[in-house]
Design a protein around this ligand. Structure first.
Ligand SMILES: [Cu+2]
Length: 128
């Protein structure tokens, strides 16, 4: 009888180890989509707009890597335009992704007549 018990326990241990092995392989599967997302992440620029300026005097990005640019109107209603890269953002089109193919300084201007400070509402995109 004792021998049978030992045998059953042995089988139980083998099953337990096998079950654990299956569990251990699952987290490895779930990490792979996250790694893919990171690789495709690229560069993110957020233009935070208030009356009547953007939150930074310049925004730096790298040439040849995708840039996702987002307009965040935290005060007033503004637009953002970068003519060189055909970027036009406003409240109905807040995000745009492009890949800068040249280096330099490119003006970012407000594209909506937002009020008295509109003409001075400018900043710069610097591509390095
Ligand atoms: Cu404006």
């Amino acid at each position: 009888m004792k021998k049978l018990l030992v045998l059953l326990m042995g089988v139980a241990i083998v099953i337990a180890i096998t079950a654990c092995g299956n569990k251990a392989s699952k987290p490895a599967d779930t990490t792979s989509p996250a790694a893919t997302t990171q690789a495709a992440g690229g560069q993110n620029v957020t233009l935070k707009a208030t009356n009547f300026k953007f939150d930074q005097t310049e925004y730096r990005v790298k040439k040849g890597e995708p840039v996702t640019i987002t307009l965040d109107n935290s005060q007033g209603i503004h637009g953002a335009s970068i003519k060189e890269f055909n970027v036009k953002l406003d409240n109905s089109n807040k995000t745009f992704t492009f890949t800068p193919d040249k280096t330099g300084s490119f003006p970012i201007t407000c594209s909506i007549m937002c009020g008295s400070g509109h003409a001075n509402m400018k900043t710069t995109l610097i591509v390095e």
